[in-house]
Design a protein around this ligand. Sequence first.
Ligand code: ATP
Ligand code: ATP
Ligand code: MG
Ligand code: MG
Ligand code: MG
Ligand code: MG
Length: 277
Amino acid sequence: MAKSRFEYVRTYEQDQILLPNTYIVIRLDGRGFHKFSAHYKFTKPNDIRALGLMNKAAFCLMKQISDICGAYGQSDEYSFVLQRRCRLFDRREAKLVSTFASTFTAYYQFYWNEFFPDQPLDATLLPSFDARAVQYPSLTELRHYLSWRQADCHINNLYNTSFWALILKGGETEKEAEHSLMGTNSSDKNELLFSRFGINYNNEDPVFRKGTMLIRDMAKASSATPEPDLKDEMPLQEKSKRQAEREEKRRRKAEIVELHEDIIGDGFWNESSKWLS
Ligand code: ATP
Ligand code: ATP
Ligand code: MG
Ligand code: MG
Ligand code: MG
Ligand code: MG
């Protein structure tokens, strides 16, 4: 198509390209979910329907974008880990974050009725998500990143479980509950839950305590059918293109597994080669 004399303005567009050979993590977070969760009457401290909907939207995004190897979610946030050699959108940051946020939001809204059948979405308060991309140079930082998010889940959940027990079972006001928890550490909260309310924190639902880890299990993915002999006569470029296509096919067919377990300790990471490549 002929170029117009206006075309030059395109040169003002500046793409931020994410570094090659790094793990890209894209974290989404619900906008104003404090207010959103109150508006739609999420149960406190944890609404299982809302977590189910987050997990559903994340699962659908992983199905659609095969470069995602794993994802971790808790509360109103989800972090997506892209494979190191990912070439999606030529690693353009703006394309990645805007596509992830809008596609996730679309799924969240599409499946809303399935999880909240009695509460239709109200056009004056629709859910939306922001997104950021972070690059990690090695497995160590990636592991520490996911550990950070799960530790955050644990700290917040222990606090919220104690806070809402004091209010809903202990009859305290929000101010009183806040005051009761001031200066308490983890074991104080565990003790308080058990002695005053008979709650053993370790028996709380793992979805609440640990969050959700989704992995694309490549170990179980069937290996592709062998190439016909003809491949030796193909130019190198063609061959690697075919290889990339086969790899892509394998990724699409691989099962996505949902876990609610510890992802900080060695156990989870000893097996990481099956989903991280
Ligand atoms: P921002 O736009 O800056 O992210 P925010 O109001 O979303 O603001 P967050 O720090 O993201 O603030 O906190 C999200 C809040 O949403 C939580 O503090 C909690 O009140 C609520 N929330 C999210 N998920 C759930 C859930 N499954 N059950 C109950 N409440 C939830
Ligand atoms: P990318 O993901 O790179 O943006 P794309 O397929 O969306 O790829 P665009 O250059 O954005 O490519 O072009 C959008 C295409 O969508 C148009 O070429 C046209 O085929 C179609 N399209 C968009 N809006 C309309 C419309 N109102 N009526 C008919 N076709 C439309
Ligand atoms: Mg935030
Ligand atoms: Mg938020
Ligand atoms: Mg949040
Ligand atoms: Mg387009």
